[in-house]
Design a protein around this ligand. Structure first.
Ligand code: SAH
Length: 390
C-alpha cells in the first residue's frame, strides 16, 4: 500500500454532503484527480478550498467513485478498529445468546462502505459492493478473523455470482454445511447458505417477525412474499389459526416447511403456496377469501431512482388488493425494502385514496433494527419500512 495517499478534490455540493456524513461521492462530485486512480486505492478527500474531509476507497469505474471511510487513514489498524466497533455493538445487542443470526457489519452504516457481513451461527457470509472494496478483501478478512472468532464464527465465506448461478467461496476456515439451523430470539429456523437469497435470510425483518408473532393469536394469517416463512413461523408460534405463505420460490417454501417441522409445528396444518402474489390475490378475491392479518414484504419494486413512480403504482395496487381481503377488524403489515422509496413516499401508498377506504389507522412505522445501523446524513440507508395498519 502507498504510504502517502493521493488526493481528490470535491465540488462544493459533494463536500457539503461528505461533511454531513454521506459516504458516497458520485463522479460529478469530483473536480479532479479521479482518473489516475485504481479501484481500491486509498485517497485523501479535499474540499474545494483544499481542506481535508477524510479518507476514501476509490472505485473510478463505478458511478459512485469514492466511498468515504472517515477521518483516519485507511490501513490495517483502521480496518481492525472499525471491525472491533461493529463486533462490540453486536456483542451488546445479542448478549443473551438467543439470537445467532444477525448482521455483524452493515457497510456504510458501520462506517465500512461496501462491506456486509452476516452471521449464521458459526458461519459468516460476506458480500461486497464495488471493485474498490473487493481489492481490499484480503486485508478485510484478516481484520475480521479474530473479532469474529470471539462471536464463535469459525468460517468466513463469500457468495459470488448471480442469484441463479452462485457459488460459495471459502475465505477462511472449514467449508460450511449447505444448510444450517440458527435462532432468532430463541426460535430456530433453517438457512440455505448455498442457494438462499441475499446472504441466506432477510435478517433486517427480525424484530418485525416478533411483532407479527405477537399480533397473530387466533387469527387467519396471510404472508405474501414469504420467502422461507420467517413471518409465518412467528405467526404460527404466536397462535395463528392457520397461516398461508405465498412465494414464487417452491424451494424457499420447502425450507419454510422444514423450519415449521423443527419448531414442532405441523406444516400440513398450514398452507404453503408457490404462486405469483398478484395473481394469488385476484384469485382469492374471486373466491371470496379473507384474512385477519396480512403481511406483505415484496422484493424492491424500485431498483433504480428512475423507476420510483412505477414502483409507487405497484405498491398501491398491491396494498389495495391486500386490504380488500382483510376481514373486519383485520391488521395489515406492509413492508418495502427499496432505498429509493422513502418513508413518506411509502405511506402515500397506504393512505385512504390508495386503499380506497377511510377506516384504517397507521399503528406503527418501523425501520431496520440496530444491527443494521444507518447514518443521519445518509438517507439512502433508511431503506426498510414496515407499516402496521389496523
Ligand atoms: N418476508 C421474507 C422476505 C421476502 S423477500 C422474510 O421475512 O424472510 C421477497 C420474496 O418475494 C422472495 O422470496 C421472492 O421469491 C418472492 N417473490 C418475488 N416476486 C414475487 C411475486 N411476484 N409473487 C410472489 N413472490 C415473489
Amino acid at each position: 500500500m502507498r504510504t502517502v495517499s493521493p488526493s481528490v478534490s470535491l465540488t462544493r455540493a459533494a463536500a457539503l454532503a461528505v461533511r454531513r456524513g454521506h459516504p458516497w461521492v458520485w463522479r460529478q462530485g469530483v473536480t479532479s484527480g479521479i482518473d489516475r486512480l485504481l479501484p481500491g486505492d486509498a485517497v485523501r478527500v479535499l474540499s474545494p478550498e483544499g481542506a481535508p474531509l477524510g479518507y476514501a476507497l476509490a472505485d473510478p469505474g463505478s458511478p459512485i467513485v469514492l466511498r468515504i471511510w472517515g477521518k483516519t487513514p485507511l490501513d490495517p489498524a483502521s480496518f481492525s478498529q472499525r471491525v472491533e466497533r461493529a463486533v462490540a455493538l453486536r456483542e451488546r445487542l445479542f448478549a443473551n445468546g438467543l439470537t445467532t443470526a444477525y448482521r455483524v457489519v452493515h457497510g456504510e452504516g458501520d462506517r465500512m462502505p461496501g462491506l456486509v457481513v452476516d452471521r449464521y451461527g458459526p458461519v459468516a457470509v460476506l458480500r461486497t459492493d464495488g471493485d474498490g472494496i473487493r481489492r481490499r478483501l484480503g486485508e478485510l478478512v484478516e481484520a475480521l478473523r479474530v473479532p469474529l472468532a470471539r462471536l464463535g464464527i469459525v468460517t468466513i465465506i463469500e457468495r459470488v455470482g448471480t442469484r441463479k448461478e452462485s457459488h460459495v467461496v471459502v475465505l477462511h476456515g472449514e467449508p460450511p454445511p449447505e444448510r444450517l439451523e440458527v435462532q432468532e430470539h430463541g426460535v430456530s429456523f433453517m438457512v440455505d447458505l448455498a442457494r438462499g437469497q441475499k446472504t441466506g435470510a432477510f435478517l433486517d425483518q427480525r424484530e418485525n417477525r416478533v411483532r407479527v408473532g405477537a399480533l397473530a393469536a387466533e387469527k387467519r394469517v396471510l404472508n405474501l412474499f414469504s420467502y422461507t416463512g420467517g413471518f409465518s413461523l412467528w405467526a404460527a408460534r404466536g397462535g395463528a389459526i392457520r397461516v398461508t405463505s405465498v412465494d414464487l420460490s417452491a424451494e424457499a417454501l420447502a425450507t419454510g416447511e422444514e423450519s415449521f417441522r423443527r419448531a414442532g409445528l405441523d406444516p400440513r396444518a398450514h398452507l404453503f403456496v408457490a404462486a405469483e402474489a398478484f395473481g394469488f390475490l385476484s384469485d382469492a378475491k374471486r373466491r371470496g377469501l379473507s384474512w385477519d392479518l396480512i403481511v406483505s414484504d415484496p422484493p424492491s419494486f424500485a431498483p433504480r431512482e428512475q423507476s420510483v413512480e412505477r414502483a409507487l403504482g405497484a405498491y398501491r395496487t398491491l396494498h389495495r388488493a391486500c386490504v380488500e381481503l382483510l376481514a373486519p377488524g383485520g391488521l395489515f403489515c406492509a413492508a418495502s425494502c427499496s432505498s429509493h422509496v422513502n418513508a413518506e413516499a411509502f405511506v402515500t401508498t397506504l393512505d385512504d385514496a390508495a386503499l380506497g377506504r377511510d377506516d384504517l389507522r397507521l399503528l406503527e412505522l418501523i425501520g431496520a433494527p440496530a444491527d443494521h445501523p444507518t447514518l443521519p446524513g445518509w438517507p439512502e440507508g433508511r431503506y426498510l419500512k414496515f407499516a402496521i395498519l389496523g
